[in-house]
Ligand binder design. Sequence first.
Ligand SMILES: Cc1cc2nc3c(=O)[nH]c(=O)nc-3n(C[C@H](O)[C@H](O)[C@H](O)COP(=O)(O)OP(=O)(O)OC[C@H]3O[C@@H](n4cnc5c(N)ncnc54)[C@H](O)[C@@H]3O)c2cc1C
Length: 521
Amino acid sequence: MNTPLSRRTFLHLVGAFGGSTAVYRAAVGMGLLPPGTHTARPDIAPLRTGDRKSVLILGAGISGLAAAYELSRRGYDVQVIEASHRAGGRNLTLRGGDLVDEAEYPQTCEFDRDPDLYFNAGPARIPGHHASLLQYCKELGISLAPFINENRNAWVQDDAMFGGRPVRNREYIADSRGFVAELLAKTVRPDSFGANFDQRDYQQLLEYLRQFGELDSRFKYVSSSRAGYATHDYTSPPAFKQPLNASELLRSGFVYLMSFSELDDQSAMMMEPVGGMDRIITAFMAKVGRLVKLSSPVESIRLGAAGVDVRYRHAGDVVHAHADFCLTCIPMHLLGRIEHNFPKEYAAALTAVPHGKLFKIGLQMKQRFWENEGIYGGISWTLQDIMQLWYPAHGIHRQKGVMLGAYTFSDEVAERFARLPPAQRAALAIQQGEKIHPGYGRYVESSISIAWHRMNHLFGCPVQWSEPLQSQCFKTLQAPAGNHYLIGDQMSYHPGWQEGALHSAFHAIADIDERVRAGAL
Ligand SMILES: Cc1cc2nc3c(=O)[nH]c(=O)nc-3n(C[C@H](O)[C@H](O)[C@H](O)COP(=O)(O)OP(=O)(O)OC[C@H]3O[C@@H](n4cnc5c(N)ncnc54)[C@H](O)[C@@H]3O)c2cc1C
């Protein structure tokens, strides 16, 4: 007997495949949550002549920079205070000479100085529906190119199947689908779905399964051009590949791969800025850089009747600043540890939400060997710790390229890598990558790794909201504490995406605008 899925189990499964956004959307769809206040970019009023309003923005993450951009051009007096030597926070593109400011293992990137040799150590892709971010790209003149998230020519490798031998993604997907479709076609009956399912529906379903799995006239999966050809010289009849062994396929723990590139935020079309994701930061800085004070860690935030007082350090000096309003994208777990006089409930919420751990490695390769394997962009997957290899879709057919040699979302694995000195991280990544590209270590010229949970001024990402924590703390933190607003992707239902960070800023500045218009300040 089928056990009906509980709503909790359903949401858990949705979360495992689709992340927090999918859970949120499913929960809204099931009526468990009210539709979110997905704030559009606010049309805030310019200040009236003679009106003066000041805003301190703490943290030059993308949310802080966007807020500075929006408010300063409406006449607000804005200053951005940033702890790091650079703006951008998690939006970080590494090129030759750049510093990775990890607490225990600071590194300098040793890539060749070449416009195509860069590594997006933080964000790398922009979904086509992240409209606000894309709109800024347009407005700020940032060139975009398609981002290749899925490549059927890339590899899938799992020690549990085929003795660890990698198989092409296209074979893995096509054969799995063929196998499942054949099984279903064999077992489904006209009465499988009850009275509302008639003979015509049954025939339609069989036809659907035939198309879905590319089954033959007897509903058998024999072979498929979708899986690729064993031989094909374009002038003689092609030979299809034999299907992979179904039991071997089932042994693989890769089920999520079947739907990864169908996820809301991972499906085509995706975009990337030409030259690196930090082109967005550079463009914002061209607009508001004069307002940004770098290398200035904030040490104290005090709410008062007439605004917000902030104390920070700069070049060895203690500096005091005051403003009518304050927006902060400092990660909330760090903010909670700064001296402050936030209300008790607000302060408790700041440190209640855990943060995840992410780890990436970039490898400069002296030869773009993957192109000889027919791979132009996209991702190879493995169940080893490195989890993914990414191939650059820019600089095609040039001699060198920077590929991603590891990107793990698992806290435990990220921690395992983080504990190692950079040279050992790279050695481990290369050793595991060799299972996908035997001998590829010989192409590696230099490597750069980043453990985001060990990065100074961040120490963790992304924020890991759970349903109970969200209902307990989100509203408290989203509402202003006096004139202080918490922003950043942490204050969105879309953590881990720049779009979420932007919308948190929109939410805060729309509220400020409303209060200013109402003459509340
Ligand atoms: C590995 C990785 C992959 C990602 N992939 C994608 C992707 O493909 N697409 C996408 O859109 N997003 C992606 N993201 C998420 C994206 O990077 C974030 O959503 C976004 O950059 C967060 O911006 P933010 O404004 O919240 O601030 P953050 O970037 O978190 O910046 C916070 C700022 O506060 C500063 N700060 C900290 N303490 C202090 C202090 N005491 N005083 C002053 N300043 C302080 C920090 O230095 C930092 O600059 C990824 C992130 C990572 C790490």
